[in-house]
Design a protein around this ligand. Structure first.
Ligand code: NAD
Length: 304
């Protein structure tokens, strides 16, 4: 079990610094990218496809492109109008699948209603599916086979392992069962030999389940939903939530799905929001792009 550091006010959680852990991972990826260029003349490239003008999506896409350039990889941005038809987007995916300069393809979700997102995801070459959402990669993950793993769940598990390198035997509670976070994080935790419970909106007595968890992953999308008295003393808490709430002076601020101040007094370790899971998501996307480039070209990289 994780034991928190004690101070004069009782147990205080270690803050898991996602920003610096992500920066370290991105540094390793950048070093590998430089080696790939030098030894194999290969530059990993990521195509990011954005349809429409969702402001949050535009922010994500910008930060992904910046991280990509910093890691020495090539960005291929495709910004399409809101009115884009499904056939047009599928035709672009076909071109990107065939393009040797493109190692990874990411279609920013959500897509406008006229486009079936599942159809688009299924059209991506599974070897270029750096989001890990293609049915082949989802299936491989659940079979315990090597695959491209969704970035946010991958980042969550990496962060937990910085506190406790072996998660074997831990009681893990995942709150949320989305295809993007909850389900894949549960699969990854099973692969780490944790005993995994997945809770969702129909779960009864969530607080009691949470109080048994050595590792709690909150991916709900509800501001400060998980309270301090739900946390088992010493537990590792990974907060995936990104929620904008009204702050002081009419300014909005971002909070997680966990009431951070309360939880940090009980947990052994906890991720902050912002600065926890978010930066790891981008770092894992860089890692997946490197991984895809290596697999497509039959080469190995040191950080893999
Ligand atoms: P989602 O809306 O698809 O899923 C939310 C899940 O929470 C559902 O499975 C639902 O059953 C569960 N839930 C809802 N109300 C509940 C309740 N009262 N009790 C128990 N479970 C409940 O959301 P998502 O895409 O999985 O995202 C979850 C959160 O994580 C959001 O805040 C999102 O913004 C954030 N997120 C962050 C990152 C990142 O990089 N940090 C990435 C993806 C998502």
């Amino acid at each position: 079990m994780v034991v928190g550091r004690k101070n004069g006010r009782g147990m205080t959680a270690t803050i898991i610094d996602g920003k610096s852990i992500a920066a370290e991972l991105r540094g390793k990826v950048a070093a590998d990218v430089a080696r790939l260029k030098r030894d194999h003349g290969l530059t990993p490239g990521l195509a990011v496809v954005l349809v429409g003008q969702n402001p949050a999506s535009e922010v994500y896409v910008r930060s992904k492109a910046k991280a990509l350039v910093e890691a020495g990889m090539a960005p291929f941005d495709h910004k399409l109008p809101e009115s884009t038809g499904e056939a047009e987007l599928l035709a672009l995916i076909d071109r990107l699948n065939a393009d040797k300069a493109v190692s990874g393809i990411l279609v920013q979700l959500p897509l406008p209603p006229q486009i079936d997102a599942q159809k688009v995801i299924a059209a991506i070459d599974p070897m270029k599916d750096v989001d890990g959402f293609h049915p082949v990669n989802v299936g491989r993950l659940s079979l315990g086979l090597p695959s491209l793993v969704p970035c946010t769940p991958y980042g969550c598990v990496m962060l937990a392992k910085t506190v406790k390198p072996s998660l074997a035997g831990l009681d893990a509670l995942v709150i949320g069962r989305s295809n993007i976070v909850g389900k894949p994080v549960a699969q990854l935790l099973l692969a780490e030999n944790a005993t995994v419970t997945v809770a969702h909106s129909k779960t009864r007595d969530l607080a009691a389940l949470a109080r048994r968890a050595d590792l709690l992953i909150a991916a709900i999308g509800k501001a400060e939903f998980v309270r301090g008295d739900w946390i088992k003393p010493g537990a590792i808490v990974i907060d995936v939530g990104i929620n904008r709430i009204d702050g002081e002076g009419g300014k909005s601020r971002i909070v997680g799905d966990v009431a951070f101040g309360e939880a940090a007094r009980v947990a052994g370790a906890i991720t902050p929001v912002p600065g926890g899971v978010g930066p790891m998501t981008i770092a894992c996307l860089m890692l997946n792009t490197l991984r895809a480039a290596c697999a497509l070209n039959g080469v190995k990289a040191a950080s893999l």
